[in-house]
Design a binder for this molecule. Structure first.
Ligand code: DAH
Length: 349
């Protein structure tokens, strides 16, 4: 029995295998049920006891060695296959896009930019908070206790991991938690906006599971409802580019403001197109109110001295209104043709 010869032969075949399938065939040809090495092992039974002992252990070593060689080769081939896949499917994301969509900015990015510019000119600075929030910041500090119906109003995405209080983390359902983060970090007066992503389990032509809001918070010694109205009306005039803007404030309810209101802007349909500013139809665009003293106390703000207002605006909503877009989902479809016709170039900023 020429073990060396078999070893040489199989080693060569293993080396020459250029795919996992080829290697598998070699494995079957030598170690399979009817494989060469298996047959040799089977033939041991016809040998004398002496021969059985010496040939048996040699054959066994051969089987183990071949098995190891095949395993190593399998690993090499796997790595080679991954590398070649990476090479073939390589995508250079820094490569310039086709000319038609070169440098186009998303309408939402444009809105972010405008919102920051407009409120910036009124003296607001930008604050930020994380997308993954604790129950405390997203709900309880904002006077939305557990089992409060307001929690049901916002279809929350919960995360398996629990925070220090043993409550599941959430994807923030609004930008309002940034009010709390700011007030715990900064002594009044406070004048911030917090634009960012928000999440709710909801999807249709006017709702997306990920959407955008801008929060506003102004705390000082005498900020009042009149200041709030003036601020929001001025923002809308500038954002929608309409000087003669008809608006109304309706009483509403939010746990974190008292009193609370919603602001609507008037519109009419002319030639099948929505025209903002006048008319007898109303579109709700934001929620607002005087910050509930309970919220200020939760943040250790002295309510004998300080008061203020807050507001939350749906950025996708006002972007759709401004540009006459009807389906929020088109913002997030990643369709290059869409961005080519609805995106903005540097000159638009
Ligand atoms: N957080 C509210 C929501 O997402 C919006 C809102 C309403 C924010 C009133 C405010 C506010 O700051 O005062 O539905």
């Amino acid at each position: 029995m020429d073990i060396k010869k078999v070893l040489n032969e199989v080693t060569k075949e293993i080396e020459q295998s250029s795919s996992q399938q080829e290697l598998q065939n070699v494995k079957v040809a030598y170690l399979g049920k009817k494989g060469k090495i298996t047959e040799l092992l089977k033939s041991l039974k016809d040998l004398s006891l002496e021969e059985k002992k010496s040939s048996g252990s040699k054959l066994n070593l051969l089987r183990i060695e071949v098995d190891n060689l095949i395993k190593d080769k399998f690993n090499d081939l796997k790595i080679e296959e991954i590398n070649s896949k990476l090479k073939n499917e390589y995508l250079d994301i820094s490569f310039p896009p086709p000319n038609s969509i070169a440098s186009k900015a998303h309408p939402i990015s444009k809105t972010f930019d405008e919102v920051i510019t407009i409120f910036g000119s009124m003296g607001y600075s930008v604050a930020e908070g994380p997308d993954i929030e604790t129950d405390f910041f997203n709900f309880s500090a904002l006077n939305i206790p557990e089992n409060h119906p307001a929690r049901e109003m916002q279809d929350t995405f919960y995360i398996d991991d629990k925070d220090k209080e043993g409550k599941p983390y959430v994807l923030r359902t609004h930008t309002s938690p940034v009010q709390i983060r700011t007030l715990l970090n900064q002594k009044p007066p406070v004048k911030i906006i917090a634009p960012g992503r928000t999440y709710r389990c909801d999807s249709d032509s006017t709702h997306s599971p990920m959407f955008h809001q801008v929060e506003g918070l102004f705390i000082n010694e005498n900020a009042n409802m009149g200041d709030l109205k003036g601020t929001l009306i001025e923002f809308c005039k500038q954002f929608f580019n309409v000087q003669n803007l008809k608006v109304r404030f309706r009483p509403s309810y939010f746990p974190f403001t008292e009193p609370s209101a919603e602001m609507d802007i008037a519109y009419e349909i002319v030639d099948n197109k929505i025209q903002l500013g006048q008319g007898d139809r109303w579109l709700e665009i934001l929620g607002c109110g005087m910050v509930n003293p309970i919220v200020l106390e939760n943040c250790n703000v002295d309510t004998n001295i300080y008061q203020g207002f807050a507001f939350g605006v749906g950025l996708d909503r006002i972007t759709m209104l401004k540009y006459g877009l009807t389906d929020i989902r088109s913002f997030f479809s990643g369709n290059l043709n869409w961005i080519a016709s609805n995106g903005f170039t540097i000159g638009d900023f």
